[in-house]
Design a protein around this ligand. Sequence first.
Ligand code: SAM
Length: 196
Amino acid sequence: MPLPSDPLGELAAIEGSVSEAEIRHLHRLAAQVKDGCIVEIGCFRGRSTAALAMGSLAGAGVPVYCIDPQEEFVGIYGGKFGPEDRGKFFEVMLRLRLYPVIRLVNLSSEWLSEAWPIPVRLLWIDGDHRHEGVRRDIDCWLPKLHHDATIVFDDALDPGIGPYHVIEELVAAGGLTRAAVVGKTATLIKGGGCGA
Ligand SMILES: C[S@@+](CC[C@H](N)C(=O)[O-])C[C@H]1O[C@@H](n2cnc3c(N)ncnc32)[C@H](O)[C@@H]1O
């Protein structure tokens, strides 16, 4: 049970599927990021975003780029998403005063990566969980990672969907190491990870 004075306790009120343990994990990783930026793929109404932003503000204050079209979309588990999420996202970021580090980009992830100018230290992937969706996100963003970086995948333990298989492919290809499993997330590191 979170303490009333625990700022992360407020995040339970935001709609979303990341658990308290997952929120704390994202917050801890974001607080370790010293430079570059954090990229989130799939922000929905801002629950994981808020964890990343609060972590960043507790650390070096690096920007958190939140990439999500926030247009009509049906997730692999049947969840429905759409423009209403954008309004809720804005409300949350204003209420929690997280906008100094948040950069919302309403585009599909692959439209941005080619010319991306800032080394990505922490990449959180919680967008389209179909195999082709996760593979597309990884193929676009892997070349943009800092040599010390961390990738966290949501819904990574279900062999029926994409993240599980893309993680297997990445580990088999070499260069990334399994670092942690927290709740339904899996964390991989490149080099020394985002805190190195
Ligand atoms: C499970 S939700 C994300 C939940 C969020 N991380 C949270 O903590 O509540 C998945 C999100 O992925 C977004 N999405 C789907 N396809 C995408 C794409 N190609 N690029 C970026 N985001 C995408 C959807 O619009 C939806 O908001």
